[in-house]
Design a protein around this ligand. Structure first.
Ligand code: FAD
Length: 344
């Protein structure tokens, strides 16, 4: 902030309203879009402007459904660009469509999910528009100058910094799935539609989608949206002991996860990692076994309704934020819990 001009340049003064990019991939809306819609509503209300959803996709029933739901989750307006070139996500046509929409309708804030697609798109859109982007924000607000104040962890998660994009528009931010709460949809809501047409010639697009191949290194875990998560850390000592974690997760009908060193050792795949550089989770129940509770792990689990920690060290940091704690050997407690729940 220091040394920056406080006056917004003339060319940006007409920029108004809050936009949320609705991530539609292969016919499905990523739920982070609705989480952002809830957050966007708060920002729009504070600024006294409209909240808009941006839907890009092919002409299809799924695209129409995404438009409807955009209103249900709080949008007043929906900007839509339907084109066959937008059927599968590719950076070039998506960047072109979104930058064109921004240049035409001039939003002051634009939010995207920090998903694989959202990160790719947000970076290239911000670069093309020559504006600021705060990636992986954990808190969004409006400051006294009515600018976006986006907070994110820095220095390896040991500090939080708040970033203000004072001189550029739109002010862009990405937010990871599950960092913001999911709003309740109101199925009676509808809103305005603004159609945007683009002449996209397939011959000008360098990238072609030939086929989709499942990633064999992951098992498509949906950890971020699971209701119950059981995770293990280095306290479990050897990879074989993770059977105890997966068994309890199975018995409870939940998912299993782990701390970062477990992934670094190659004991579990990267999509099982929980924390700042892994998944953010918001389950009803989170059981952490043999996890010390480092800040980088804590930021990924703080949204859980009930945190239960099992650790042999009563001074472990995890007991500072767990709701319930068991000071005991996880290798004994995990199978005992699984047996007890299995009997019920
Ligand atoms: P340890 O810190 O080694 O803790 C093991 C715990 O197990 C101890 O508390 C010990 O008392 C307990 N224990 C030992 N034996 C038993 C037993 N038999 N039963 C029960 N308890 C036992 N970490 C993440 O998890 N996620 C991230 O996303 C992440 N991102 C990071 C990003 C950066 C930039 C950096 C610098 C670090 C990141 N880390 C992350 C690493 C983090 O700082 C910690 O090092 C890590 O979380 C520690 O993992 P752990 O708790 O499994 O292991």
């Amino acid at each position: 902030r220091a040394g920056m001009k406080k006056e917004l340049p003339e060319k940006f003064r007409s920029y108004k309203h809050v936009w949320v990019f609705v991530e539609l991939e292969r016919g499905k809306v990523h739920p982070v879009s609705w989480e952002l819609m809830g957050e966007g509503r708060k920002l729009a209300d504070k600024l006294g402007v409209d909240l808009a959803g941006v839907v890009l996709g092919p002409k299809s029933d799924e695209t129409r459904q995404a438009i409807k739901e955009t209103y249900h989750y709080g949008a007043d307006v929906c900007y839509i660009c339907e084109d066959p070139a937008l059927a599968d996500y590719r950076n070039e046509p998506y960047t072109r469509a979104l930058t064109d929409l921004v240049n035409t309708h001039q939003p002051e804030i634009m939010l995207l999910g920090a998903t694989t697609l959202g990160r790719d798109l947000a970076g290239s859109v911000a670069t093309t528009l020559k504006t600021g982007l705060t990636a992986d924000s954990t808190e969004l607000d409006v400051d006294d100058e009515k600018s976006l104040a986006a907070t994110r962890p820095t220095f390896g998660g040991t500090l939080l910094c708040t970033i203000h994009t004072l001189n550029f528009r739109p002010q862009m931010a990405t937010v990871r799935p599950r960092v913001m709460a999911m709003p309740e949809p109101d199925r009676s809501r509808s809103g305005r539609m603004v159609w945007h047409s683009l002449k996209m010639d397939e011959a000008d697009i360098v990238t072609k989608v030939l086929e989709y191949v499942a990633d064999a290194t992951t098992d498509d875990a949906n950890l971020a949206y699971a209701d119950i998560v059981v995770a293990g850390g280095m306290g479990l000592r050897v990879p074989e002991n993770f059977r105890l974690v997966t068994r309890l997760a199975d018995v409870l009908g939940g998912e299993y996860g782990c701390s970062r060193p477990v992934v670094q050792k190659g004991w579990l795949p990267a999509d099982r990692q929980i924390g700042q550089t892994g998944n953010t989770i918001r389950p009803r129940l989170y059981i952490a076994a043999g996890i010390s509770g480092a800040i980088q792990h804590r930021v990924g689990v703080e949204g859980a309704d009930l945190i239960v920690a099992i650790n042999t060290d009563p001074a472990a940091k995890i007991f500072e934020f767990a709701h319930m704690g068991v000071v005991a050997d996880a290798l004994t407690v995990l199978p005992a819990l699984a047996d007890a729940f299995e009997r019920r």
